[in-house]
Design a protein around this ligand. Structure first.
Ligand SMILES: Cc1cc2nc3c(=O)[nH]c(=O)nc-3n(C[C@H](O)[C@H](O)[C@H](O)COP(=O)(O)OP(=O)(O)OC[C@H]3O[C@@H](n4cnc5c(N)ncnc54)[C@H](O)[C@@H]3O)c2cc1C
Length: 607
């Protein structure tokens, strides 16, 4: 019984504890009796159940009682949930009781979160944490490291590692190949290793971390340290709030070694094809001096959602005699002192690059083609992230895991409601700042519905600048501003649609990145890319995120329309959190645990 397990004695009638205990008890009784209708009626009319792999073997949010009933009809029997219990005293605010939960399923153990109103459950999160019988060797289960005693022909740890590295991909095939060894591939590789799934991360760069090293030299993370930890190994408490790119690169390189991530460098995946008969991939890897063919069952694209440059095609690019490159190829400002630079675009990269060029004495013009959401880093930290990811949150006992699950507990459908007031507050507090930007003609927006940065990130992954100083230069006219679409380039200038001509020695195309399934097209062919469709976005019907509503990020960390093909990526927070669910899905398949997928999404947008 949930209540007895929770507190050992009855909570006062009507208290948050008593209400949650009673709800859980009735919920579990209905589930045990396979009484789907009763269980569904325990949800409010407006309600959301977000499941991270525990019931659905998918990342899925269902809505309303009908959605709950549908999920349960499909998943209840094989999930066989039990043992729902709260893990700490529930709290109440504004008529909503919140509780942290644990529960069991037939195959695993889960954590959850419940928001309860007078009408019933408003939101429920269920998240698989581990598979029974396949718990990670951590804490009390940590490996011994040495076998005490006398063992003839004993191999040292280093010898075993060397042998493993030598054999993997040659004598022994990995079950999973992860294409791309940025932070995404690395975090997933670490989790798969902990779960003992034979896997291999394949990276074309020379060193782990190079995807950061090769970016423009002024780049520092825009997200703060509390948001950025990798799984298992948090940053030390002297780590800077905003890590410079080369420092994060070094951390990733160290992490690969310490976490023993199976990792090939200087290895580029050049093609991959799926064999329907053997249910295997044939993956060709160019390792410089040799070509190796791998035959994994699963292929994960961790090639970066900010990795495939959108390089525009403007008339006259072929006649322009200066230097021109995409922001991802921008080397930094040093060579451009005293030169005229035109940066096309007005989001994060454009601002960072303009500011660094200005610092080095270049004459800089930013071309704003459409409005941009700008939010000062300080304000974002205070109002947007501070409750969950900050020194203040740490002091309040909010662990990274709890912060991640709190964030995950808010279904995307209602997240804007929680975000809009944050940005209203920011708009008010930084009114002067915004007024100064508008005065010089900078076009601002707050997202289609005023929900600001996170929603823009989740919906389209673009369209914003977290201000770390460049906006001041724009407001002061030190970074000059031009507006409109590009008509063409001449030998030495950029000409805008309204005829404005901007002289240029350097043109930087800060024009963003394409959908991750573009990588699939390159490696596995257009047909395969179309089969799985566009990645990222929620189907919100807002700018650059066409509907229909999907409720979860398209194709990320969950089964796709192509068996054995997965996507992993996103910022450091997402990479940390969602790598667990992807790793558990792969582990279950590796161990032959049935994984019936509920609610596999159809493809609405090929790219
Ligand atoms: C300017 C800029 C600033 C950013 N700031 C932040 C920030 O502050 N915080 C944050 O969390 N995120 C930030 N991001 C987003 C950032 O891109 C991601 O967080 C991070 O790089 C994603 O990691 P990833 O592993 O998914 O992709 P990537 O780091 O892009 O790694 C993908 C890897 O795949 C490799 N690869 C690609 N194709 C192949 C192939 N065929 N074979 C072998 N290897 C291949 C690439 O070499 C690369 O190393 C920023 C991005 C940019 C562009």
């Amino acid at each position: 019984m949930a209540m007895a397990q929770t507190i050992g004695r009855e909570a006062p009638v009507g208290s948050p504890q008593a209400r949650v205990d009673a709800w859980l008890e009735r919920f579990e009784a209905a589930l045990t009796a396979r009484d789907v209708e009763t269980a569904a009626r325990m949800f409010a009319t407006e309600s959301y159940w977000r499941d991270l792999v525990a019931f659905t073997w998918n990342i899925k949010t269902v809505e309303g009682r009908e959605g709950v009933a549908d999920l349960l009809h499909a998943c209840l029997d094989h999930t066989a949930p039990s043992g729902f219990r709260v893990t700490e005293p529930p709290t109440e605010a504004d008529g909503v009781v919140e509780a942290w939960l644990e529960f069991d399923t037939a195959t695993g153990r889960g954590q959850g979160h419940l928001r309860l109103t007078d009408e019933g459950a408003w939101t429920l999160l269920t998240a698989l944490r581990e598979l029974k019988g396949f718990e990670e060797p951590r804490g009390p289960r940590r490996p011994q490291g040495v076998e005490h005693g006398v063992v003839r022909g004993r191999r040292s740890w280093a010898e075993q590692r060397e042998r493993e590295q030598r054999e993997l991909g040659y004598q022994r095939q990995p079950y999973v190949v992860v294409i791309g060894g940025g932070q995404g591939g690395i975090a997933l590789g670490a989790r798969l290793r902990q779960l003992d799934v034979p896997s291999l991360v394949v990276e074309r760069h020379a060193r782990p971390g190079d995807s950061w090293r090769t970016r423009y030299k002024s780049l520092c993370l825009h997200d703060p340290v509390w948001y950025d930890h990798l799984p298992y190994l948090p940053f030390p408490d002297n780590w800077p709030v905003f890590a410079p790119k080369d420092k994060i690169a070094d951390w990733l390189e160290m992490y690969v070694r310490v976490m023993e991530v199976p990792y090939w460098t200087r290895s580029e995946v050049t093609s991959a094809s799926w064999d329907e008969r053997t249910q295997q991939w044939t993956v060709t890897v160019d390792r410089g001096e040799e070509t190796v063919v791998l035959t994994p069952r699963h292929l994960v694209f961790a090639t970066g959602m900010s990795g495939k440059p959108n390089i525009p095609s403007f008339p006259g690019m072929d006649v322009f005699e200066g230097e021109q490159h995409h922001s991802s190829q921008h080397p930094g400002p040093d060579a451009y002192t005293g030169r005229k630079a035109v940066v096309i675009g007005s989001n994060n990269s454009a601002h960072d690059i303009c500011a660094a060029l200005w610092e080095h004495g270049a004459d800089v013009t930013m071309v704003q083609r459409s409005s941009t959401h700008v939010v000062r880093s300080e304000s974002l930290m205070e109002f947007g992230l501070g409750d969950l990811y900050s020194e203040r949150a740490v002091a309040a006992g909010i662990t990274t895991e709890k912060a991640d699950l709190t964030f995950a507990s808010l279904p995307y459908r209602i997240m804007p409601r929680f975000q809009i007031p944050i940005y209203e507050k920011i708009k008010e507090r930084d009114a002067d700042f915004y007024a100064r930007l508008e005065k010089v003609g900078f076009q601002l927006d707050w997202g289609d519905d005023g929900s600001g940065l996170f929603m823009k990130y989740l919906r389209r992954g673009s369209g914003y600048y977290i201000d770390v100083g460049a906006s001041e230069l724009v407001a002061e006219g030190k970074i000059k501003l031009a507006h409109g679409q590009i008509d063409h380039l001449t030998r030495d200038s950029v000409v805008l649609a309204d005829g404005t001509e901007l002289e240029a020695d350097l043109v930087v195309y800060a024009t963003g990145y394409g959908s991750m399934n573009g990588w699939v097209a390159d490696i596995a062919g257009q047909e395969m890319a179309d089969r799985v469709g566009k990645c990222w976005g929620l189907g919100s019907g807002t700018t650059k995120d066409p509907g229909p509503w999907e409720g979860e990020q398209r194709n990320m960390w969950k089964p796709t329309q192509q068996p054995g093909l997965w996507f992993h990526g996103g910022n450091l927070h997402q990479s940390r959190h969602y790598s667990l669910y992807l790793a558990l899905q792969l582990k279950a398949r590796y161990e032959g645990i049935p994984t019936p997928v509920y609610g596999l999404e159809e493809v609405h947008h090929p790219s």
